[in-house]
Design a protein around this ligand. Structure first.
Ligand code: FES
Ligand SMILES: [Fe+2]
Length: 459
């Protein structure tokens, strides 16, 4: 029996011991500190969750041409995401089949083959072993498929977003996304041609568990306190006109925004109802960024009545769309959480640009993208640092062994507050922790496992 078969056949790798009673560790309204601090639980997550369900890997615009590649990870597995010579997107294990070193040390590039830096084994970008130095030193046939690179057996895209899973019994990606796909559609469809292109990333690393970031991804309770300096900065010159996330300042639950849980750990916070529905309604919320007044005046001069709907394309879309376990769309960013260890995580914000589908004046697209870079500097730079400070301080706080529980019961037990909708989704006011209670049900389901994991290799 291989190690992979053992993982698949065990009821749960950690199941037998009292310490890892998942129903005890995650209850309806509270979670045990161990799920954030225990290295063995983290190790199990890297198989049961990052492997057992769909993990976001990359965006198709990062590998637009044949033979383009980027290096990424799925949990702790290093991967090469490649578009091979026939245009097929693959997620190859970045792990030489000879002695296990990472094969590709570059972040991105274009190549038909990868040569291992250690002993020179050479692999096609389909994962097939192409040749080894001095093959007469091997008694066996080196064309045995076991020497071809391992790869993620299921890689699927949803409108440019590439996900992978090792779980051969998992739903299709579309099935996994379920109702959240419609919100992703709306996020995309406000852009010309329903498309965005990923540009560069804003990279953060924090000393805390990855779930702290996902637990915060739909949290409307912290904004007025954790981001107070950001709200004040955004509104310093605003006069009567509230800017940025000012709708959080006073009694956010009386605002029309809300959270919705859509299943499989996925949820979103919809702040769009807070906006005035008119061309320029989104632009009006943008706080001061260098060059804004100049662009606005120039757009009005060039495009007249159309100026404000064009400027809206530079504004940050007021939604947080979260796909469990590692993907968020917020504002105009794609945010990805990459676990590095039980107490260390990357939080990476990929900026996005528009592409002209012919429906916009060419010079407008260039200027909107320039302006979009400015507006995209606002939230990650001034907001994420607040959040990361919280994540690191939670990780410190959870080192207090005897104080065991983390509470997530805001909105729980108040009749009529959290609503089960006819379509099966769950809605609640913006500050409720219902999203967290729900995504932990999915976490627990996956941790109880076992997932039916597999890897693929070229024949
Ligand atoms: S480890 Fe890759 S060729 Fe030896
Ligand atoms: Fe935040």
């Amino acid at each position: 029996m291989t190690a992979l078969e053992k993982i698949n056949s065990a009821p749960s790798r950690l199941g037998g011991t009292a310490l890892y009673d998942w129903d005890y560790l995650v209850q309806e309204d509270r979670a045990h500190r161990l799920i954030y601090t225990d290295p063995a639980i983290f190790e199990a997550e890297m198989t049961q969750i990052f492997g057992g369900t769909w993990t976001y890997l990359a965006h198709e615009s990062e590998i637009p041409n044949e033979n383009d590649f980027i290096t990424r990870r799925m949990g702790l597995r290093p991967l090469i995401i490649v578009r091979d010579g026939e245009g097929k997107i693959r997620a190859l294990y970045n792990r030489c089949t000879h002695r296990g070193t990472t094969l590709c040390r570059w972040e991105k590039g274009n190549t038909k083959s990868f040569q291992c830096p250690y002993h020179g084994w050479n692999f096609l970008n389909t994962g097939k072993l192409r040749g080894v130095p001095w093959p007469d030193g091997y008694a066996e046939d080196m064309r045995d498929p076991k020497y071809n690179l391992a790869q993620v057996p299921r890689v699927e895209s949803y409108r440019g977003f590439i996900f992978g899973t090792l779980n051969i019994d998992a739903l299709t990606l579309a099935g996994h996304l379920g109702p959240i796909a419609k919100v992703i559609d709306e996020w995309l469809d406000r852009n010309p041609g329903g498309k965005v292109v990923v540009c560069e990333a804003n990279r953060f690393r924090f000393k805390g568990n990855w779930k702290l970031a996902y637990d915060n991804s739909c949290d409307g309770y912290h904004v007025a306190y954790s981001h107070r300096s950001l709200l004040e900065t955004e509104n310093r010159f605003a006069g009567e006109n509230a800017k940025g996330m000012a709708y959080y300042r006073n009694s956010p639950d009386t605002q029309p925004m809300y959270m919705r849980y859509t299943g499989h750990g996925n949820h979103f916070k919809d702040k769009r109802p807070n906006l005035e529905k008119r061309p320029g309604g989104l632009w009006a919320l943008e706080s001061a960024h260098p060059g804004m007044e100049h662009y606005e005046a120039e757009f009005l001069r060039r495009y007249g009545d159309r100026a404000f709907s064009l400027l809206d394309l530079a504004g940050s879309e007021p939604v947080n769309i979260n796909v469990f376990p590692n993907f968020s769309l917020l504002g105009n960013h794609i945010q990805v959480f990459e676990p590095l260890g039980v107490g260390e995580t990357n939080a990476i914000w990929y900026g996005t640009m528009l592409v002209n589908d012919g429906s916009l004046p060419a010079d407008a697209v260039t200027d909107i993208n320039a302006l979009r870079m400015r507006t995209q500097e606002g939230f990650p730079n001034f907001g994420e640092v607040d959040d990361i400070a919280n994540f690191e301080q939670i990780q410190r706080g959870l080192m207090a062994v005897e104080d065991e529980w983390v509470y997530m019961h805001r909105g729980f037990g108040i009749p009529g507050r959290v609503k089960q909708q006819p379509d099966g989704t769950i809605t609640a006011p913006a500050t409720d922790e219902a999203f967290m209670r729900e995504h932990f049900k999915e976490w627990k389901r996956l941790m109880k496992g076992p997932p039916n994991l597999a890897i693929a290799r070229e024949p």
